[in-house]
Design a protein around this ligand. Sequence first.
Ligand SMILES: [Zn+2]
Ligand SMILES: [Zn+2]
Length: 388
Amino acid sequence: MTYGDNDPFELEAMIALRRDLHAHPELGFEEVRTSDIVANALESAGIAVTRGLGRTGVVGTLRVGDGGRAIALRADMDALAMPDLGDVPYKSATPNTMHACGHDGHTVTLLAAARHLARTRRFSGTVHFIFQPAEEGRGGAQAMLADGLLERFPIDAVYGLHNMPGLATDEMAVVAGPQLASSDSWEVTFHGVGTHGAKPHLGRDAMTAAAHFLTAIHTIVARRVDPLQPAVVSACAISGGDFRALNVIPDEVRIGGTARAYAADVRDQLEAEIGQLAAGVAAMFGIRASYGFNRRIPPVINDATATAAALAAARAATGKPVITDFPPSTAGDDFAEFGSRVPGCYVWLGNGPAVDGALHHNSRYDFNDAAIVTGARYWTALVEQELA
Ligand SMILES: [Zn+2]
Ligand SMILES: [Zn+2]
């Protein structure tokens, strides 16, 4: 890779690298090739590298001057298990594996900024570049934390970025407060007493209990959660009985679904209310319900002070007004695992128009290389301002 003042972010090389990563996507915790490339690109810029955090995770550390403050910038590296139906020359060469969320772009954008910062060194303090594996539902952030990320690399603030189609590539959105919802799953099993379909009075019907539960569950958001607080409870799976035995009332009916919220207390409330409703409906029918709530990802909630820093950096990076009223999403990102432990801010970087209507997780999605320079400028400005 070459470097010059008129090309501070090595754009030609970085675009080539982004396309190379797009052509060679790897699923969560399998980012062996990608993390090798990342580690080598950091090391060759003189950045200290720690490998193997969260299996395939990489942390680059750059210390400049005697500033005591430390911040972390996080990029995710993983792809999704889906086909690449795009018609670009760098389309995925790996069957059923694709960078459909633009994490190839996140990786390269942070690398471009890290290499630039290692050359220019216009700050005083410590910056850790976190290259996280397995963001797409496989628990990469948790795995890095379990390997002692925050103990080994103490930080005062953490920053994340995600590409967003529909915003121009020189446009960013930075919003305080909730950005992404918590993403939890739950399961209820009604344990009745199976019997002949013709003689329901001889058993205890779990099927009818399940039906009552399914209609009553929507009263949680409608009647129990504060109407000014967003929340979603959805039942997404049900099983019980057998279509080859339509004269048998089954012993058990199992129901599962998702729960989403932006506030910690609403998240706690959903966990409690779903279980209470299941127990109440079961009691009504003289049966028992078992219940499990699996806390998967906390909400991403931007800290006010970190958001102010991000906003200033986004203004410096784009040279134009930053969108500050971008609506939150009910999707999730495990950046929340970092942001719920350390003050943090997660921002949106424009990816240009949605080409052929392709949005995140679409089989034709492609990170827009024109966004690399905006993102790298943002990371650079953030470090230079945060560690002034
Ligand atoms: Zn995604
Ligand atoms: Zn993503």
